[in-house]
Design a protein around this ligand. Sequence first.
Ligand code: MN
Length: 291
Amino acid sequence: MPVNKLGVHALVFAGGTTPAEVDYIIGETEKSGYDLVEFSLHDSPQLDVAAARASLEAAGLGVVTSRGLSFTADVSSDDSAIVARGATLLHDSLAITEQLGGTHFTGALYSALGKYMRPLSTAGRANVVTVLKELATEAAGKGMTLGLEICNRYETNVINTAADALRLADDIGEDNVLIHLDSYHMNIEEDDFVRPVKLVGDRLGYVHIGENHRGYLGSGHIDFASFFHALADISYTGPITFESFSSAVVSPTLSNDLAIWRNLWNDGPELATHAHEYMVNIIDGSSRVYS
Ligand code: MN
């Protein structure tokens, strides 16, 4: 089995986080062989945190949380009231992550998830650095890690490439701020699937595996062999999470932010089992070196 913990995004199974949905998500995550589940905190007010934690522990599953911000609560804004709302969302989400028993909080923590109509401003970038430095300090006190997920140009104007993310992490300047690569976004923005991995190196903390259209692994054109070889070459041992979306399973918030308009699958449990087997095999193959 791979050294990496393998995860699955909860939206493969259910669009929300009501108690019934959380039980279903956790049951299906366990059945399809994963080590952890990633919950988006977009509709966290619905989430019964204590019950979810108890179910995760009973199933022996780890948990990672993720989120993006919104245009009315955005730490990359020039408007201090909008920045403050974004900072509050981040601090609340970090607290929920801790209460769930998680140590990884990741995503577009630095901006809204959506199409910006102008470049990031100097003042907006400085606001990102200030807020995330404070959040990272708070997280470090809890033994927790923040991830900067690099997203494509249609979802953020803050960081689109590994080089952008490293510059931002350097400016934040806290050791518990790690880089999160996602093959779906890399396909749009990076030169290939090797250079960004080598550039990030031991600052890589989390990985999303998704096809170019976010459907079944292997049904699109992402060069997963190159990506997994590169991960093996830097001896990446952190979590790797399968992320896929279809109009068959809809979150009223996140699905719209991510422009999920197409039906790429109907059967989430079958999709999850397929992706787990795909990742186990390619990680195993990538680690076999004969010379
Ligand atoms: Mn992702």
